[in-house]
Design a protein around this ligand. Structure first.
Ligand SMILES: [Zn+2]
Length: 280
């Protein structure tokens, strides 16, 4: 893992609230939900009173998943606020919904890899959502606690000729029994680099790039060694996601696969036996 520990005042305040609440009354079990946002990504992590999003779903001329799906689901789950929004990389199927999410949850802080600080695409999405550059948490590789969970965030470097996908944040959430890893749209090239840096072993693996054949290599699946894989993709999408080769690799590794296009929202609850699927 590269880079120093970096905790901002916001992190300390946010996490302190979550930890403090746990002393006063029992907290519900941590929950990780992959919302069915069509061809895109949005995951919601709720622990110790904190609500953290990893991506916010797509927005395009046909649908604003932020307004139509993410906000209504959050409100239905009783989320009174969103504390933090990670934007994995500057693609519309991941961050297009930002404006609508922030319109309802204006107190949410936005966290972006510092590798995208000068990305014109990222800047335009932030500007469209009314987020000024100085209000963004520009991340270097970071570890922080959220309630009983450790959150590890790594920020792969992005060279001038590298695709934005390979700068996707690598995020691992873990307590003593449950763990999950999310990698945006990173390709196998980024997976190889990250696997060499740190342990990403996890119960639950969000399959990279919606099940594209250029992600989820055999080596990465072996490194994560997941029990369950989640594929977030749109029904009948034009990209052919998930690719048959990826499904074959997961089957070969004995991994249980769940798909948002076939099953809708996928919600996992932390238990002493690891993350367990709570509802479909
Ligand atoms: Zn994507």
């Amino acid at each position: 893992m590269s880079g120093p520990l970096k905790l901002t005042g916001f992190w300390l305040a946010c996490l302190g609230l979550g930890l403090g609440a746990g002393w006063l009354w029992p907290q519900p079990a941590a929950r990780l939900t992959f919302l069915s946002v069509g061809q895109g990504d949005c995951a919601v992590f709720q622990e110790a009173g904190a609500t953290i999003l990893v991506d916010v779903g797509p927005a395009n001329p046909h649908i604003d998943a932020g307004a139509r799906i993410v906000v209504p689901r959050l409100l239905a789950q009783g989320a009174g606020r969103v504390d933090l929004v990670f934007l994995t990389h500057p693609d519309g199927d991941h961050i297009g919904g930002l404006r609508s999410v922030l319109r309802t949850f204006p107190g949410a802080r936005v966290a972006v890899s510092a590798a995208f600080r000068h990305s014109g695409k990222m800047r335009s999405y932030l500007a469209a959502a009314g987020v000024s550059e100085r209000d963004v948490l520009w991340l270097i590789s970071t570890r922080a606690r959220v309630g009983a969970f450790q959150m590890t965030v790594d920020c792969p470097p992005v060279g001038p000729w590298d695709p934005d996908n390979d700068g996707s944040l690598f995020i691992r959430l873990s307590n003593q029994s449950s763990s999950a890893v999310l990698t945006g749209d990173a390709s196998e090239k980024a997976e190889w680099a990250e696997a060499a840096l740190s342990s990403w072993r996890s119960d639950v693996m969000k399959v990279g790039h919606h099940g594209s054949r250029t992600s989820s290599s055999e080596e990465w699946i072996a490194a994560v060694h997941p029990r369950v894989a989640v594929i977030s993709c749109g029904s009948g999408n034009l990209f052919g996601h998930p690719h048959a080769a990826v499904l074959a690799r997961l089957a070969q590794a004995g991994v249980e696969v769940h798909r948002t296009d076939l099953e809708g929202d996928l919600s996992f609850v932390a238990t002493p036996g690891g993350f367990r699927l709570a509802s479909r």
